[in-house]
Ligand binder design. Structure first.
Ligand SMILES: [Zn+2]
Length: 238
């Protein structure tokens, strides 16, 4: 009687092997990891963009400060001129007083603007720090997840190898003719060997005939399911 019990074991291990292969392929395209990498890249892009805004603001602030200093200087020198009594002409005093007033109001306006810009600068700096912290945090999480994934892949690989070894050992013990017939049938059916339970072929779930059952009980040759064509395996078989 052909060794169907070992063949069934081969079939079971091959099923497990396939499931493991699918699982490890799915893990390789880890969704979480991809998502995290996308977020890190987005964070970096946002950081660069904000940094540009920040340095633009810094430059504008610098030139504002220069213009404030210039106006202040102008106002100071005009003020000194006025209060020193160097100008005696009333008309000239009036004109210069107005000029001084407008210079002082310009200075105060620029100073207000500078304050606002400084606040904006602080805000931008805080946001940059937040983004940088979030990138660091996510990069760390990414590294950890990647490491875990690699470990799991190695485990899966050794498990796959283990199953493959078992399969190879079992195949070596099989009759070569039975094995090549099984492989031929596998081109059409993933599981060409079917258990018989309660007079039913577990491959196609159809009842087997009395004749097929009798042949199985005699246990002399291969019996195929009259419905699906699978090789039938009955537990009572020796
Ligand atoms: Zn069947």
């Amino acid at each position: 009687m052909p060794d169907l019990k070992s063949l069934l074991e081969v079939q079971l291990y091959m099923g497990k092997l396939k499931a493991l292969e699918i699982k490890s392929r799915e893990e390789q395209q880890h969704v979480e990891l991809k998502k995290l990498r996308g977020e890190i890249n987005q964070g970096r892009a946002a950081f660069e963009k904000l940094k540009e805004t920040y340095s633009g603001l810094k430059n504008r602030l610098k030139s504002k400060e220069m213009s404030a200093a210039w106006s202040r200087e102008q106002a100071d020198s005009l003020g000194q001129k006025l209060y020193s009594g160097a100008i005696i002409n009333i008309k000239e005093i009036e004109t210069n007083s107005k000029k001084l007033e407008s210079l002082r109001s310009a200075v105060s306006q620029i100073e207000d603007e500078i304050l606002e810009m400084m606040e904006e600068k602080d805000e931008l700096r805080a946001r940059l720090a937040d983004i940088a912290a979030s990138i660091t945090h996510k990069t760390e999480a990414y590294r950890k997840m990647k490491k875990l994934l690699l470990t799991r892949q190695q485990q899966a690989k050794s498990e796959l190898d283990k199953y493959q070894d078992q399969i190879n050992r079992l195949i070596e013990q099989l009759e070569p003719r039975l094995w090549s017939m099984y492989q031929e049938m596998q081109k059409k059916l993933p599981d060409p060997l079917a258990r018989v339970e309660k007079e039913t072929c577990m491959g196609c779930r159809m009842g087997i005939t009395y004749g097929e059952l009798r042949l199985l009980k005699q246990g002399e040759g291969l019996v195929h399911c009259g419905n699906c064509g699978r090789i039938l395996y009955w537990e009572g078989q020796k």
